[in-house]
Design a protein around this ligand. Structure first.
Ligand code: PLP
Length: 385
């Protein structure tokens, strides 16, 4: 019913992902947007908005607030009041606003690494200290090490930046893990920012996304949840996300930190977001089935490659976090780039020895990338080679 197989030529569209390798035969599998067209309902809504022809300053539409409320209730049984929603032109902005809104200069912000790079830069930009705590690797699985987290706490720790599903390790945290996160934040008086931008991208059958703030009212009062249709429906360039903040006091601080520097959202961002939440669910389900198959092919292909590459189970997101330490490659990102595949260096995520591969693309592109990777490794590891 929906077409994910057609390769849409993105060259010449100033795509950040594709421009990096313009003029070179390198498949870009780095930055987190997908190479699929957005849902037909979203494209139709954008056409309607463009046909209107007047593009003035645009306030958050009441219809979008309502669509988000209905979506969160239906998808996660999470009841959110419309006034809890604070719109943002991006969640990168949201992370930076949170760091400015909570605590004071030289307070500390905790996060779990490896992590999406702005989690590492936002505290510094806000004159906060960064406390990066490593996730534990247990039999190829990534877990939160609460002892390590507690040991890293300082008297000035105020904020915990949490990511679920976790980019780049692909974990979808279970209820007991979320309860432990909540307990930890309550016990040590931390405000938590739960970045759930990948919530719509749970791939593992039987797993589901649970918003941290939906656990109970006590943790909800301390939580700023960041959400957006941009990853799930591939709308990253349209810049429309939001925070859900139940506490009036936290909301006030958040808005004060935004004042004067965060711009309004454009009318296309709003139109696309509303169409995605109202009409995008059948497309999303088809997308999940497609991504699951991509993930399974990728996992099988990696297991068959020389060099001992390994990826932990990818429970959510369209991102694979590949362990290349056993290969002994000195600069693995450069190695695969030379082979025609553009991956993201784990060092960007405070995860040296790893690469991140974006498999949100037509199967033909993924297949070509995997063949190139495999061939390069075979040449490098061939006996006598
Ligand atoms: C965890 C996480 N948060 C935030 C963002 C950025 O969101 P935005 O494009 O809305 O700034 C990304 C993008 O990859 C992400 O993975």
């Amino acid at each position: 019913m929906f077409d994910f197989d057609t390769v849409v030529d993105r060259r010449g569209t100033a795509s950040e992902k594709w421009e990096r390798y313009a003029g070179r035969d390198i498949l870009p599998m780095w930055v987190a947007d997908m190479d699929f067209r957005s849902p037909p309902a979203v494209i139709a809504a954008l056409h309607r908005r463009a046909d209107h022809g007047v593009f003035g300053y645009t306030a958050p539409p009441a219809g979008l607030r309502e669509a988000i409320r209905v979506h969160l209730a239906a998808a996660y049984a999470w009841e959110v009041a419309p006034e809890w929603i604070v719109f943002l032109p991006g969640l990168g902005t949201g992370l930076n606003v949170v760091c400015r809104a909570i605590g004071e200069d030289h307070d500390d912000v905790l996060t779990l690494v490896p992590i999406y790079p702005p989690f590492l830069s936002a505290p510094r930009f806000a004159r906060r200290g960064l406390i990066a705590v490593r996730l534990a690797e247990a039999q190829g699985r990534w877990e939160i090490d609460f002892e390590r987290l507690q040991a890293a706490l300082t008297p000035r720790s105020r904020l915990f930046l949490f990511c679920n599903p976790h980019n780049p390790v692909g974990r979808v945290y279970r209820r007991r893990e979320l309860e432990a996160v909540a307990e930890f934040c309550l016990r040590f008086g931390l405000t938590v920012c739960s970045d759930e931008i990948h919530a719509g991208l749970v791939l593992e059958p039987g797993l589901e996304h649970r918003p941290l703030a939906a656990l109970d009212p006590e943790i909800a009062r301390r939580t700023i949840t960041l959400l957006s249709p941009s990853k799930t429906f591939n709308l990253a360039g349209l810049g429309c996300g939001f925070a859900v903040i139940a506490s009036e006091e936290l909301r006030r601080r958040f808005r004060r930190a935004m004042a004067g520097i965060v711009p309004m959202i454009n009318p296309f961002g709003y139109a696309a977001a509303e169409a995605a939440y109202r009409e995008g669910e059948p497309w999303r389900r088809a997308l999940i089935a497609y991504l699951r198959e991509n993930r399974d092919r990728l996992t099988r292909a990696l297991a068959g490659m020389p060099g001992g590459l390994a990826a932990a189970p990818i429970e959510g997101t369209y991102l694979a976090w590949i362990d290349v330490r056993a290969s002994g490659l000195k600069d693995p990102a450069a190695f695969f780039e030379a082979a025609g595949v553009g991956l993201q260096d784990g060092r960007d995520f405070a995860g040296p020895g790893f690469l991140r591969l974006n498999f949100g693309c037509p199967r033909r592109l993924l297949q070509t990338a995997l063949e190139r990777m495999s061939r390069a490794l075979e040449n490098a590891f061939r006996p006598g080679g």
